[in-house]
Design a protein around this ligand. Structure first.
Ligand SMILES: [Zn+2]
Length: 237
C-alpha cells in the first residue's frame, strides 16, 4: 500500500475516534447544562418565595405599627372618659373608642391573615429548599463524573488533534482536500479497502482493470461508484 494511503487510513481511524469523542463530549456537556438549569430553576422558585415572604413581612411590620398607634388612641380616649362633663361629649368619646377598637380588630384580622399567608409561603419555600438540597445531593456524584469525563475527553481530543496535525503534514495538500471532502460527504469513510474486485465502501463491483492497477500503481485510485479512495490490503493476499 502506498505510504499516503497508509497515512490516510490511520488519519481516518483517528478522525472517527475523535468524532465519537466529540459526540460523547457534547452529550456530557448537554447533561451538565440540563442539571445546571434544573438546579437554577428550583433555586429561582426558592428565591421568589423568599421575596414574597419578605414583602408580606414588610406589610406585617407596617400593620403592627398601625396597631400600636390605634391602641394608643384607644388608651388616650379611654383615659379622657373620667374627666368628661357632658353626656354629649361622653357619647362622642365612647364612639371614638369604639371606632378605634374596630380599627384595631381590622388590623389584627389583617395581621392574622398575613401570618397565615406567610406560614404557607414559608412551608412552600421549605419544601422547595428541601427538594433543591436533595437534588443537589443526588446529582453531586454525576456532576463530578461528568467534570472528570470532560477533562479526560479534552485531553484525548488535544492529543488527537496533535497526532492529526502530524498525519496531515505528511499528506500532499490536494489529497488532504480530497480526503476531507469525501469524509464529509461519505459519513466519515473516505478511504476503503478493495477486495475480490469489490469496493468495501459501497459494495459495488470494481472493473477488473481498475482493481488490478491497485497492485501496481503509485496513484490514488477511486471507486467509480462512490468516489472513495481505494487500497489493497496486501496481508489478505
Ligand atoms: Zn465504492
Amino acid at each position: 500500500m502506498q505510504e499516503t494511503l497508509k497515512i490516510l487510513k490511520e488519519l481516518q481511524a483517528l478522525d472517527q475516534e475523535l468524532n465519537e469523542k466529540r459526540y460523547g463530549r457534547q452529550k456530557l456537556a448537554g447533561e451538565q447544562a440540563e442539571i445546571h438549569s434544573e438546579l437554577t430553576r428550583i433555586q429561582a422558585m426558592v428565591d421568589q418565595l423568599k421575596a414574597n415572604v419578605a414583602e408580606l413581612d414588610a406589610q406585617r411590620r407596617d400593620l403592627s405599627q398601625d396597631l400600636i398607634i390605634e391602641e394608643g388612641n384607644v388608651t388616650k380616649a379611654e383615659g379622657r372618659l373620667p374627666t368628661i362633663k357632658t353626656q354629649r361629649e361622653y357619647v362622642a368619646v365612647l364612639k371614638e373608642v369604639d371606632t378605634a377598637k374596630k380599627m384595631n380588630k381590622d388590623i389584627q384580622d389583617k395581621i392574622a391573615a398575613l401570618d397565615l399567608q406567610i406560614a404557607n409561603l414559608n412551608n412552600d419555600r421549605q419544601e422547595k429548599e428541601d427538594e433543591l438540597a436533595q437534588i443537589k445531593v443526588e446529582v453531586k456524584e454525576r456532576q463530578n463524573e461528568i467534570a472528570a469525563a470532560l477533562d479526560t475527553t479534552d485531553k484525548i481530543l488535544g492529543e488527537g488533534d496533535g497526532r492529526r496535525d502530524d498525519f496531515l503534514a505528511r499528506i500532499p495538500a490536494s489529497v488532504r482536500r480530497r480526503y476531507e471532502i469525501l469524509r464529509d460527504k461519505r459519513a466519515g469513510v473516505a478511504v476503503v479497502e478493495a477486495r475480490q474486485e469489490t469496493c468495501y465502501g459501497c459494495n459495488m463491483n470494481l472493473p477488473p482493470q481498475l482493481f488490478n492497477r491497485l497492485y501496481t500503481t503509485d496513484e490514488i485510485l477511486t471507486c467509480p461508484h462512490c468516489n472513495r479512495m481505494l487500497y489493497i490490503d496486501m496481508t489478505q493476499l
